[in-house]
Design a protein around this ligand. Structure first.
Ligand code: NAD
Length: 495
C-alpha cells in the first residue's frame, strides 16, 4: 500500500460547511436540503453540500450580471490573460490539495487527478489566456451604391454574449469546469457554474483561488445542487448562454428549457458510443496498450473513450488474448494508493448501471474477461472485455460509460465504415493502422467530431472538440469556442 497521506488542508476543507460561492465569497442557506458527498472507494460520506435554492440562483446570476457590465468589462484583454495565467500558476501550487479533494469525491486515481484535473487544467487555462488579446472582428468594404460621392465602410465587433451558465458532469469536474470558465472569462463573459452533485467540492476551492488570482467578485460563481438547481439556472432570464456537458437525455432537457426560457443559446457536449477500428495491418502490441490506456482510463468513465471495437477478422483472436492478459495485470484498489492503476466507479447509481450491463452481456454476448463487481466496500468492478454476437447486441448500441469494451470482427472496409457509423452518437472514433493512405481515405467517411489514428481519447486545447449527430452541438477549444461565447455586431458607417 502506497496510500497518500491526506494533507491537513484537505481534512479542514472537508470539515467545512460548503455553501455556494457567489460574488466572491461563500453564502449559506441553512434551510436548504443537505446532499452528502460520498467517497466511491469506501461508500462513506466525506462531506456534504446543500441544494441551491432559487434565491441562491437569483443572487448568483445577479452577481454575474453586475460583473459582466462592471469590473470584468473594465478589465483590459491583456489583464484578463494575466489573470487566467495566474490562476494556472495557483492550481499548480495547490496541485496536491486539489488532486486529493478530487480523488476523494470522484474515485479518480491520484495520478489522474494530479495530471489531468490539475495539470491539464493549467495547460488549458494558459492556452485560453493566449486568446485574450486576439479576439477581434474584421473590416469590410460594403458595395452599397454611391449617388453623391458618399462612401461606406463597415466593421464587426466580437462582443461577449453575457452571463453564461456552465453545467458540468462528475467525470472530470475540474477540467471540464475550467474549459467553460476559461472560455467565458477570456471572451469577456461571466459565468455561474453548477458542478455535478456527486463531485461538487473541488471547483469551490478553484473559485477561491480564482479570487486570489485576480478574477473580480461575481465573474465566477459556483452553485451546487442537483438537476433542479441546473434547471433554475438555465431558465433564468439573465442567462445568455448555457454550456452543458453531460448525457444525451439531460442535454435534450437542458436545450429545451434554454430554448423555451428566452431562446437562450445552448452548446451541448454529450455522450458517445465511440468506435475504434483495428485494421488488418494493426500493430497488435501498440493497439492493445493503446486500448488499455484510452478505453480503461478513469475506469472507462470518459466521454471520448472507445467502447465499440471493430477488429479485422484475421486479427481478432490475437487481440482479445493480448488485451485480456494486459487487463488482468492491472492493480485494482484505492485511488489514493499510488501503485494502483484501476479504481472504483464514481457513484452507486453508476455502479448499479454497470452491473446491469454485466447481466446483459452475460445474456446476449460472450464475456472474454472481467464481468464481475468486487466484493469489497465501495463501487469496484473488473475491467471487462465482451465479444458481441451481432451488431445489434445492447453492449454495441448503448453508451456504457464504464470499463467495458465490446468487440466485433469485420471483413471489408465498406462493412467497417457501415458498422462505425451505425450509431445515433458521433463524438469520437479511431483507426489503428500504419497504412496512412487507407486511413486518409477512411477518415472523411467516419461520422464523428474527432478521429484519431493510432491513439484515442486524449484532447489538446488547440484542437477543436465536440460531437456530431446526438453527441452534441458546438465545439470547444481551438478558435472554435469563440463563436459560441460571443455575438458578432456589424457596424456600417456612411461618410
Ligand atoms: P448527467 O447528464 O446526468 O449530468 C450532468 C450535469 O447535469 C450534472 O451537473 C447534473 O446535476 C446536471 N443535470 C441533471 N439533470 C439536469 C436537468 N434536468 N437540468 C439541468 N441540469 C441537469 O451526466 P453525468 O452522469 O454527470 O455524466 C456522464 C455523461 O456525461 C455521459 O453521458 C458522458 O458521455 C457525458 N460526458 C460528455 C462529455 C463531452 O465532452 N462530450 C464529457 C464528459 C461527460
Amino acid at each position: 500500500m502506497n496510500e497518500v497521506t491526506l494533507l491537513p488542508s484537505v481534512r479542514k476543507f472537508l470539515e467545512r460547511d460548503h455553501g455556494n460561492f457567489i460574488d466572491g465569497h461563500y453564502t449559506y442557506d441553512n434551510n436548504a436540503e443537505k446532499i452528502p458527498v460520498i467517497n466511491p472507494a469506501t461508500g462513506e460520506a466525506i462531506s456534504y453540500i446543500r441544494n441551491a435554492s432559487n434565491n441562491c440562483v437569483e443572487s448568483a446570476v445577479s452577481s454575474a450580471k453586475r460583473a459582466f457590465h462592471g469590473n470584468w468589462a473594465n478589465t483590459p484583454p491583456y489583464q484578463k490573460g494575466v489573470i487566467l495565467n495566474k490562476l494556472a500558476d495557483l492550481l499548480e501550487q495547490h496541485s496536491e490539495e486539489l488532486a486529493q479533494i478530487e480523488t476523494l469525491c470522484s474515485g479518480k486515481s491520484i495520478h489522474l487527478s494530479r495530471a489531468f484535473e490539475v495539470g491539464q487544467s493549467a495547460v488549458f487555462l494558459r492556452y485560453y489566456a493566449g486568446w485574450a488579446t486576439k479576439i477581434n472582428g474584421e473590416t469590410i468594404t460594403p458595395s452599397l451604391p454611391s449617388f453623391n460621392g458618399e462612401k461606406y465602410t463597415a466593421f464587426t465587433r466580437r462582443e461577449p454574449i453575457g452571463v453564461v451558465t456552465g453545467i458540468v458532469p462528475w467525470n472530470f469536474s475540474v477540467l471540464i469546469g475550467i474549459w467553460k470558465i476559461a472560455s467565458a472569462l477570456v471572451t469577456g463573459c461571466t459565468i455561474v457554474i453548477k458542478p455535478s452533485e456527486f463531485t461538487p467540492l473541488t471547483l469551490l476551492r478553484v473559485a477561491e483561488l480564482a479570487i486570489e488570482a485576480g478574477v473580480p467578485a461575481g465573474a465566477l460563481n459556483i452553485i451546487n445542487g442537483t438537476g433542479q438547481a441546473g434547471q433554475a439556472l438555465i431558465a433564468h432570464p439573465g442567462v445568455a448562454k448555457v454550456a452543458f456537458t453531460g448525457s444525451v437525455p439531460t442535454g435534450i432537457a437542458v436545450a429545451s428549457t434554454a430554448m423555451n426560457a428566452n431562446l437562450t443559446r445552448a452548446t451541448l457536449e454529450l455522450g458517445g458510443k465511440n468506435p475504434a477500428a483495428l485494421l488488418q495491418d494493426v500493430d497488435a502490441d501498440l493497439a492493445v496498450q493503446g486500448l488499455i490506456t484510452t478505453a480503461y482510463v478513469h475506469q472507462g468513465q470518459v466521454c471520448a473513450s472507445p467502447e465499440r471495437i471493430y477488429v479485422h477478422k484475421s486479427r481478432i483472436d490475437e487481440i482479445l488474448t493480448k488485451l485480456s492478459s494486459g487487463l488482468s495485470q492491472l492493480k485494482i484498489g484505492s485511488p489514493l494508493d499510488e501503485s494502483v492503476q484501476f479504481g472504483p466507479l464514481a457513484n452507486v447509481g453508476h455502479f448499479n448501471k454497470i452491473k446491469n450491463y454485466f447481466d446483459i452481456a452475460h445474456q446476449e454476448s460472450e464475456i472474454i474477461c472481467g464481468g464481475q463487481s468486487l466484493s469489497r466496500p465501495g463501487y469496484f468492478v473488473e475491467p471487462t472485455v465482451v465479444l458481441a454476437r451481432s451488431a445489434n447486441d445492447t453492449l454495441l448500441r448503448e453508451e456504457v460509460f464504464g470499463p467495458i469494451t465490446t468487440f466485433l470482427p469485420y471483413e471489408s472496409d465498406d462493412e467497417l465504415i457501415a458498422l462505425m457509423n451505425d450509431s445515433p452518437f458521433g463524438l469520437t472514433a479511431s483507426l489503428w493502422t500504419n497504412d496512412m493512405s487507407k486511413a486518409l481515405r477512411l477518415i472523411p467517411r467516419i461520422e464523428a467530431g474527432t478521429v484519431w489514428v493510432n491513439t484515442h481519447t486524449f484532447l489538446d486545447p488547440a484542437v477543436p472538440f465536440g460531437g456530431v449527430k446526438a453527441s452534441g452541438i458546438g465545439r470547444e477549444f481551438g478558435s472554435a469556442f469563440i463563436d459560441d461565447y460571443t455575438e458578432l455586431k456589424s457596424v456600417m458607417i456612411r461618410y
